[in-house]
Design a protein around this ligand. Structure first.
Ligand code: HEC
Ligand code: HEC
Length: 198
C-alpha cells in the first residue's frame, strides 16, 4: 500500500516551469507579427505599396516603352546614372521631350529606395551588390523574392507569351505602374498558382 506519488505530483513543478518557458518562447516567436499587423497602421510601411506612384509627368516620359518603374525600386545613385545617360538607354534614345529631365530626376530622388518615401521598398537596398545597379532585376533582394520563378524562367517567363521578360513587372503584378507589388495580388499568366506561391 506504499503510496508512491503519482507521476504528475512528482513532476508538477518541472512541468509548470516547462510550460511557462514554452509559452514565453511561442510569444517571442509570434508576438512581433501580431503586434506588427495591429500597429503598423500605415500600409506603405508594411506592404509593397510605392508612395507617390502614378505621377503623370513621369509616366509620360518614362512609361512609353515599358511601365514607369516606381522610383522605390532603385536607389538615388542608380536613377542618377540612368537619367544622365538617356541618349543611350539600353540601346534606345530615351531623352525626355516635354518635361525637363531635372524635374524627372527630382521626382525619382524624392521617392527612391533610399529616400524617406521608400516605405517597405527599403528592402531593395539589402545587400546591394554594385554602387549603382541600373536593372531592378539584378538586385539581390529582387532575385531572392523571385527565386522560384527564376528557377523556372524558361516556362514561366521567356516562353510564356504573356510575360516574355522579367522587366515587364506588370505582366504579373497587375497594378505595378500604380506601385502595387503585394504577393496577394500577383498572378503569373498561364501558370498554376501552386507552382509559385509559398
Ligand atoms: C524609347 C524607349 C524607352 C524609354 C522612353 C524609356 N526606356 Fe527605360 N528601357 C528601355 C529598354 C529597351 C530597356 C531594356 C529592357 C529589357 O532589356 O528588357 C529599358 C530598361 C529600363 C530599366 C531597367 C529595367 C530592368 O530590367 O530592371 C529602367 C530602370 C528604366 N528603363 C528606366 C527608365 C526611365 C527612368 C525612363 C525615363 C527617363 C525610361 N526608362 C524611358 C526603353 C525605354
Ligand atoms: C513572371 C512574373 C513576375 C514578374 C515579371 C515580376 N514579378 Fe515580382 N513577384 C512575382 C511573384 C509570383 C511574387 C511572389 C513570390 C512569393 O510568393 O513569395 C513576386 C513578388 C514580388 C515582390 C514582393 C511582394 C511581397 O509581398 O513580398 C516585389 C516587391 C516584386 N515582386 C517586385 C517586382 C518588380 C519590381 C518587378 C519588375 C522589375 C517584378 N516583381 C516582376 C512574379 C513576378
Amino acid at each position: 500500500m506504499s503510496a508512491s506519488p503519482s507521476f504528475l505530483q512528482r513532476y508538477k513543478w518541472p512541468a509548470i516551469i516547462l510550460m511557462i518557458l514554452l509559452g514565453v518562447f511561442l510569444l517571442m516567436l509570434f508576438a512581433p507579427r501580431f503586434l506588427g499587423d495591429m500597429f503598423q497602421l500605415d500600409p506603405k510601411e508594411s506592404r509593397y505599396l510605392a508612395a507617390n506612384a502614378g505621377n503623370p509627368d513621369y509616366i509620360y516620359e518614362c512609361g512609353a516603352c515599358h511601365i514607369a518603374y516606381p522610383a522605390q525600386v532603385l536607389p538615388k545613385r542608380s536613377w542618377h546614372k540612368l537619367t544622365n545617360n538617356l541618349h543611350d538607354h539600353f540601346g534606345e534614345d530615351a531623352t525626355t521631350d516635354k518635361i525637363p529631365v531635372e524635374q524627372i530626376q527630382a521626382y525619382l530622388n524624392a521617392n527612391a529606395s533610399d529616400s524617406e518615401n521608400a516605405g517597405k521598398f527599403r528592402d531593395f537596398m539589402k545587400q546591394i551588390q554594385s554602387p549603382a545597379p541600373v536593372r531592378v532585376t539584378e538586385l539581390r533582394f529582387w532575385r531572392l523574392k523571385h527565386d522560384r520563378i527564376i528557377q523556372k524562367e524558361d516556362t514561366m517567363v521567356l516562353n510564356n507569351p504573356d510575360v516574355e521578360s522579367f522587366s515587364r513587372c506588370n505582366a504579373c503584378h497587375e497594378k505595378a505602374e500604380q506601385g502595387e507589388f503585394d504577393k496577394q495580388t500577383v498572378d503569373i499568366p498561364n501558370i498554376d498558382r501552386a507552382e509559385y506561391t509559398r
